[in-house]
Write a protein that binds this ligand. Structure first.
Ligand code: AHR
Length: 674
């Protein structure tokens, strides 16, 4: 309903040119009108907007966020070979399970360097995760466990060299090896060199001998200098998003293909040399050097809180534990995990363990998710499994909000009925048009339903390895719906977060196309979707303002035919989808109004904005604009900043104004209102 008369509207309607898109109902389309009722607050903006979702996929941690530069440092990535390791000179390497470091790292690498000479050093090399990055004037920390045969004491030389071995960027010597396992550590300092990544780590000797090695590690400087810490550039990209929470540790990575391949948190804490590691469902080995404490440090360093997903007795290949006594040890594991995160260091067993692991203060925790995507569990056991976890967790931690993993996008029969979840986790991976078609879904959500929504995984999957502008537009349309319905959608997180873009062929560095942030060993970039999320997160008020609209442009869209049990279903009917999306929030302290407008059309879109319920709106404000010339425009390692938001001064604002929004654009107008 159009409540406000504007003298400009009729004129603008006349001036509006045909948008010329197929399916548009009218050619001389009337100007869209957006009304903001600034004195009508529909709800508070959820304090948990916006969040991050993470798991080990696409080499997210190992080969990504985790600072470790050596690939297969513990020699468990291949059952019989020292994969990702090669020899230098006349050397031989093999796995030696008869000489383990300990029960966790129950094998070692045997280096036969008996042919080493001064002229021809023998040793081994590791090319890292598609290269070892070298930065100028940088200190790297190398370490390894070693023991030697007979009277060999060394020295051994560790170095970072170019891949052809011709240039040495930094090196250091280690001696005093003995017949017993011992940890050796050394720093490697580069000079004023050009940044590069086609490099390797080497360990060589000129003295004939046989050496056993384990946990060969190389760390560059890390974010806030954390030991066993994270890559600073990726941490900074996330810090700029100002996230409120991190959903961890998955995703499928929580579950594993089989129960013995789940994220078994107790095996991921403490000394990294005591972590056995495990195979991830994304088909590569994880040393678990990035374990539960590292996730928590990540949260702490970015001032966000963990949203913990606990393993709930179901693994991806339909491996599950029946509710009842068999499930009880897993319930106990979850209780212990919550205690490890939140328990008092002096009075609780797992709180004391956390303190022993270096963090005396408990971490904040308000949300716990029970499982992941349990609609896949065909056994029908989720209701019972959820109930068992729910009862045990609520009994000990009544303040925690518990999330079920089957949301309203799934059939009634798959959902939890025996308990009322505090929230359900919904997942949406969609095309741009699907996102647009569903952008208003949460406006229709029942306000009497006590169960709230966590959209724990969502993405507009257009563009690979990272989404393009079409993806960003779909995301932004969808985010306006979530932000506007903040009383229902308490939290949401895009997925997946990371992709190593070094090797995009099958079996390479990417398992899932369309990921928010891309990188190789040396540099990183944010996709247009990243920037859409960053500006949404950094620019909103604390109250959602009532809005209304008229004349929203639409196009005709043919939804694709779906397959059921491998059989193509009849094409669904065509539908009209909107191409203009918006929401408005206000800052209760300053009066600033944040109007977000998404123009998904390929033509400029004049919009009439009417603001009521305020005394005045300043003529000047600011506009943060993310736009592209084409839908498939995108960012990449080569062009990391092709599509980035630009902040400009906005003039001609007021309680009633018209502004033309560029083609393919996402705009946040900051309006100064009193
Ligand atoms: O985000 C990628 C995967 O999609 C997650 O691991 C899983 O939860 C979902 O199916």
């Amino acid at each position: 309903m159009n409540l406000i008369k504007s003298p400009w509207r009729a004129l603008l309607s006349l001036l509006t040119v045909a948008i010329g898109l197929p399916g548009l109902a009218q050619t001389n389309a009337p100007v869209p009108v957006l009304q903001i009722k600034a004195d009508q607050v529909t709800t508070k903006v959820s304090p948990m907007l916006y969040g991050l979702m993470t798991e080990e996929i696409n080499y997210s941690y190992e080969g990504g966020l985790y600072g470790e530069l050596i690939r297969n440092r513990a020699f468990k990535a291949g059952a019989t070979n020292a994969v990702f390791w090669s020899t230098i000179g006349d050397a031989a390497i093999s796995l030696d399970p008869t000489a383990p470091l300990n029960d966790a790292l129950n094998t070692s690498l045997k280096l036969d360097a008996t042919q080493a000479t001064k002229k021809s050093p023998a040793g081994l090399a590791n090319g890292g995760y598609w290269g070892i990055p070298v930065q100028p004037k940088t200190t790297y920390h190398a370490s390894f466990y070693a023991k030697a045969a007979g009277s060999f004491t060394g020295p051994v030389t560790v170095a970072i060299t170019s891949a052809d071995g011709k240039t040495t960027f930094a090196s250091a010597e280690i001696s005093d090896l003995t017949g017993d396992w011992k940890k050796y550590e050394v720093t490697l300092k580069t000079k004023k060199v050009k940044p590069s990544k086609d490099n390797q780590f080497t360990l060589t000797t000129t003295v004939p001998g046989t050496i056993w090695l384990q946990q060969i590690s190389l760390f560059p400087p890390t974010f806030v200098d954390r030991a066993n810490g994270n890559r600073p550039d990726l941490m900074q990209l996330m810090a700029d998003m100002q996230p409120k929470f991190l959903r961890l540790p998955g995703g499928n990575y929580l579950e594993g293909d089989y129960i013995n391949e789940r994220f078994d948190w107790k095996k991921t804490v403490g000394d990294t040399a005591q972590r056995p590691g495990h195979r991830s469902p994304w088909n590569y080995w994880s040393t678990d050097g990035f374990g539960l404490m590292e996730y928590l440090h990540w949260c702490e360093d970015l001032h966000m809180e963990p949203l913990l997903a606990v393993f709930a007795g179901y693994a991806l290949k339909h491996d599950y534990i029946k509710p009842g006594p068999d499930l009880q040890p897993y319930v106990q594991d979850a209780l212990d995990e919550i205690e490890y995160i939140t328990g008092d260091a002096l009075t609780t067993k797992w709180g004391a363990q956390r303190a022993k692991d270096g963090h005396v203060t408990p971490f904040p925790l308000h949300y716990v998710e029970i499982g992941n995507e349990d609609w896949f569990d065909r056994s029908g056991s989720y209701d019972g499994r959820f109930a068992q976890f729910y009862d045990a967790i609520k009994a000990k931690y009544p303040q925690l909000k518990l999330i079920a993993t089957v949301g309203y996008e799934h059939s009634e029969s798959q959902r939890v009925h025996s308990r009322t979840p505090d929230l359900v986790d919904e997942h949406y991976y969609r095309s741009q048009e699907e996102m647009e078609a569903h952008a208003l879904d949460y406006d229709k959500y029942s306000r009497s339903n006590k169960t709230k929504i966590f959209v724990g995984e969502w993405a507009t999957r257009v563009g690979s390895p990272t989404p393009n502008m079409a993806g960003a537009l779909g995301d932004a349309a969808w985010m306006t719906g979530m932000e506007r319905n903040s009383d229902v959608v308490l939290l949401h997180s895009y997925a997946p977060l990371f992709v190593n873009v070094s090797d995009l062929k099958r079996g390479g560095s990417m398992q899932w196309p369309s990921d928010l942030i891309g990188y190789d060993a040396l540099t990183c970039y944010g996709s247009p979707s990243y920037f859409a999320q960053k500006i949404f997160s950094a620019h909103h008020g604390d109250e959602v303002l009532a809005t209304d609209s008229q004349n929203i442009p639409t196009v005709t869209w043919q939804p694709p035919a779906k397959k059921r049990n491998g059989v193509e279903q009849p094409r669904p009917p065509e539908q009209q989808i909107r191409k203009l999306f918006f929401d408005a929030t206000g800052d209760s302290q300053t009066g600033t109004i944040y109007l977000k407008v998404v123009n998904s059309l390929g033509s400029p879109q004049p919009v009439q904005v009417e603001i009521s319920g305020v005394t005045s709106v300043a003529d000047q404000g600011s506009a943060i604009v993310l736009k592209a010339d084409k839908l498939d425009d995108t960012n990449s390692l080569i062009e990391p900043k092709k599509i980035i938001p630009v902040t400009e001064k906005a003039t001609g604002l007021g309680a009633s104004f018209t502004r033309t929004f560029p083609p393919y654009s996402i705009t946040i107008l900051e309006l100064s209102a009193k």
